[in-house]
Ligand binder design. Structure first.
Ligand code: PHE
Ligand code: ZN
Length: 847
């Protein structure tokens, strides 16, 4: 196992390079025959004459011709994973390799597999080794010519690039030939074949030339693709306007499939999407879903420049493309919708999930130094913290500085496979500056703790801001050093007038900042716009927070003040009644302003989740915390019942903003039994999925009288929409009241499946992350959960390994609880149950 570990500092350039590849696929679900022809040429950067053609135990080698000579297969040397070791090679080596694979037996969904009768590929990060023997590493970039041969029952035959030729192959089969002129790494290779419909549109580039856009899907789903097609056009336009990046392809194809490990995949010119992130119409998708689809469409398109044209030298530099592309996606959504709300959503996600990851046993830097299974590194840290690090450049250098840096990065490294060092270099050199210590954001894991305090000296009219940053030792890293932390802040007078707004970059362990000419003690608002991904420790009083809530102009800062108010009050040592009473006063003046921004006020009125607050408890007690939050909410519901009813009735428009506040009001009303008929009517009369799902979720959570009827109605109504049925499962197991027997029964439901990653995740990930219900039924809940992960592991290791999230979040549980929660994992490791390397690595890191 050790052999496969990648070490960043031991990177070696490939000893041979490949200019172009010729692939022929004779598709058959049982046995697909693949012929690969390519030439290895000596890379002067690495003198070695040995070379590995990666492979795997899923390949059956049929023949191997080297420089025209057919080799005896038994004479070949294979490595542990099934790759072929070539030694003592001359300067050029021509290879013709024939092998077969079995798509219908490929349940890992890496390489070529079947989904709903369709041939589909997925190659990131190392799936190409499940297709043929080839150096499966991102720094080998080649152009591809691909011939796809299949039975005419598969009318659409797609691969990357331009269609060169198509025709009849024999009586039953036809073929297409594709050529992708852009050199690309193996992970961007794609192939799809089957009975697909498409919709199309045209994007006109700034020079007037068209790009033909197509989305392919199975016939029943094609009507749900229109929104995504529009989103793709918006993404292309936005990238031209914001970054001057123009699509380099004349044809841009997307395919939607039901069985997929990831969210979506940016294969050059042939994106493949998990149906969950592409299908969207008002009857089946919520307003949230629409936003997500648009964002993911954008994300995969933006990869065309940041990922495909310029890719990663090695997988330890994965954040080079993912962090940057998530950042671009975030900016796309912010520019098209509400910047403040987008920032709030992104920060909430980051803090609830990435901060938790970084505080647990799987903590790793944005650019890790080593990894075993690359598939285990598609993490919140690589993606979301990676995006925050990119945002730091923009915050420090300004918008123009950032744009200059990105332009330089693209001009200088186009067509290459590079590292985050090159990105940093481009930012620095384009701005003729040195970003002192910036590289530590890449190399150091963990969330910096930023401690701040202020002193006011009336005699000298001086305010002193004291700053200290700490990055505690981790298991792997000690004595960690200061990182540059941009801090956006504002000062307010006691009656809420803004005195100044500025930014400083704190790049020491400790620092003091003095403000002169301050006449009375001001209120400081720190880390506006969440200007750095740190944990801010500052002792705000409730009064100061309320002032910030009303006086701030920065949406994030206002929302953050409200979060701190909730936290302060929830963790107070007082009765639920007293806590609620304090919140009555905070809520009261907010009602008058809802009309200014209904969506934003819906966010303000929403109490923090158990998952978000649990890490802040000294000794985690999910049931106690849930009881507190629920109790307070119930009081807020009763106290303001008329207000909630008014809001519910007033906001009747057909817009996401109206639905947000209306459904927020409904979530309070649902706490009072006499309002349950409203809930039922809301469900029944809903004209869109946002309203329907809101009512459905609340009906389950509050166990309303007609719950069973609604469960049946929902299942019947959406039986033909797999992504909606996923949520039928997920919403039940995510309810704080769900019991283990109910979850077990759901896994026995005829529509449940361990093979479909979305369906498996909907129950297993959904229940696992339900800290309240898991706690109520422990230890049986955890034993059951581990058993379910093992079942998935036997089918699809990549998906199984990503289900271990809950076990990484228990750092502040009592020792007793921790032992009980980890016991099933310990038992599993000691047993002789066969585990995949993916899952094994994760469990080892946790225990
Ligand atoms: N590269 C994909 C994305 O983030 C994620 C992915 C990884 C998809 C692995 C499939 C397999 O856009
Ligand atoms: Zn991505």
């Amino acid at each position: 196992m050790h052999e496969t570990t990648l070490y960043r500092l031991e990177y070696e350039a490939p000893s041979f390079l490949i200019d172009s590849v010729d692939l022929t696929f004779e598709l058959d679900p049982k046995k697909t025959l693949i012929t690969a022809r390519y030439t290895l040429t000596k890379n002067p950067d690495n003198p070695s004459r040995d070379f590995i053609l990666d492979g795997s135990d899923t390949l059956t080698l049929e023949s191997f011709i080297q420089n025209g000579e057919t080799l005896d297969l038994k004479a070949l040397t294979f490595n542990q994973e099934g790759g072929i070791l070539l030694t003592d090679l001359p300067d050029t080596v021509t290879l013709e390799i024939q092998n077969s694979v079995s798509p219908e037996n490929n349940h890992r969904l890496q390489g070529i597999f079947m989904t709903d009768g369709l041939f589909c590929s997925d190659c990131e990060p190392q799936g190409f080794r499940h297709i043929t023997y080839f150096p499966d590493r991102p720094d080998v970039m080649a152009t591809y010519r691909v011939k796809v041969i299949a039975d005419k029952a598969y009318p659409v035959l797609l691969s990357n690039g331009n269609l060169l030729e198509e025709g009849e192959y024999d009586e039953t089969r036809h073929y297409t030939i594709w050529h992708d002129p852009f050199p690309k790494p193996t992970y961007l290779f794609a192939l799809v074949a089957g009975d697909l419909e498409f919709i199309e549109a045209t994007h006109i580039r700034p020079d007037g030339s068209p790009v033909k856009l197509r989305i392919y899907a199975h016939k029943p789903f094609i009507a749900q693709c229109e929104f995504a097609l529009g989103a793709l056009k918006r993404a292309m336009k936005w990238d031209e306007e914001r970054f001057g990046l123009v699509c380099d392809l004349d044809h841009y194809n997307i395919v939607a499939v039901n069985d997929f490990n990831g969210g979506a995949m940016e294969n050059k010119g042939l994106n493949i999407f998990n149906a969950k992130f592409i299908l969207a119409d008002p009857n089946t998708a919520t307003d949230e879903d629409f936003k997500t689809v648009e964002a993911v469409i954008g994300h995969e398109y933006f990869h065309n420049w940041t990922g495909n044209r310029i890719t990663c030298r090695d997988w330890l530099n994965l954040s080079l493309k993912e962090g940057l592309t998530v950042f671009r996606e975030q900016e796309f959504t912010a520019d098209l919708h509400h910047r403040g709300i987008k920032r709030i959503e992104d920060v909430a996600l980051l803090r609830t999930h990435q901060f938790a990851e970084d505080a647990g046993p799987l903590s790793h830097p944005v650019r890790p130094d080593e990894c075993e299974k690359v598939e285990n590194f598609y993490t919140m840290t690589i993606y979301e913290k990676g995006a925050e690090v990119i945002r730091l450049y923009q915050t420090i250098l300004g918008h123009d500085g950032f744009n200059k840096g990105l332009k330089k990065y693209i001009e200088e490294f186009d067509g290459q496979a590079v590292t985050t060092d090159e990105f940093l270099y481009a930012m620095e050199s384009a701005n003729e500056t040195h970003l002192t210590n910036f590289d530590r954001w890449y190399s150091q894991s963990g969330t910096p703790e930023l401690h701040a305090s202020i002193d006011f000296h009336p005699e000298s009219e001086t305010l002193r801001l004291a700053l200290r940053q700490v990055l505690p030792d981790s298991k792997h890293q000690k004595n960690r050093a200061a990182q540059p932390i941009p801090i956006k802040y504002a000062l307010f007078s006691q009656d809420g007038e803004m005195l100044l707004e500025e930014m400083l970059v704190f790049n020491e362990n400790v620092q003091c900042v003095l403000f002169h000419g301050i006449k009375e003690k001001p209120v400081i608002s720190l880390l506006r716009d969440f200007s750095a991904p740190v944990n801010l420790h500052f002792d705000y009083t409730l009064k100061e927070l309320i002032l910030i809530l009303h006086a701030e102009t920065d949406d994030f800062a206002r929302w953050e003040a409200m979060q701190r108010i909730y936290e302060l009050i929830i963790f107070e040592h007082s009765t639920t009644e007293d806590k609620a009473r304090e919140l009555f006063e905070v809520f009261e003046p907010l009602f008058a302003n809802v009309r200014q921004s209904p969506e934003f006020y819906a966010l303000l009125f929403t109490l923090p989740t158990v998952t978000a607050l649990l890490p802040k408890m000294e000794s985690a007690d999910p049931l106690l915390l849930f009881g507190q939050i629920n109790g307070i909410t119930r009081q807020l519901a009763a106290h303001f019942e008329d207000r909630w009813l008014d809001l519910y009735e007033e906001f009747d428009g057909d817009s996401p903003a109206h639905r947000a506040i209306k459904n927020c009001a409904l979530s309070y009303l649902a706490h009072i039994e006499t309002n349950h008929p409203i809930l039922e009517a809301h469900y029944m009369n809903a004209t869109n999925m946002t309203d329907r799902k809101a009512a459905f979720t609340l009906a389950i959570e509050h166990d309303i009288a007609v719950k069973e009827t609604l469960l049946t109605h929902f299942l019947e109504t959406y039986r033909n929409y797999p992504t909606v049925i996923d949520s039928w499962f997920a919403l039940q197991v995510r309810s704080p009241n769900v019991s283990l027997p109910v979850v077990k029964k759901l896994t026995e439901h005829p529509q449940f499946s361990y093979k479909n990653p979305n369906r498996a995740r909907s129950v297993i990930a959904g229940y696992g992350m339900n800290m309240v219900a898991m706690q109520r039924d422990m230890p049986a809940s955890y034993a059951f959960h581990v058993g379910e992960i093992v079942k998935v592991d036997g089918i699809n290791p990549q998906t199984a390994a990503r289900l271990i999230g809950p076990y990484t979040r228990i750092g502040n549980y009592s020792n007793e609880d921790q032992a009980a929660i980890l016991a099933p994992l310990n038992t599993l490791l000691e047993s002789d149950t066969p585990l995949s390397n993916n899952l094994h690595e994760q469990i080892k890191r946790i225990i």
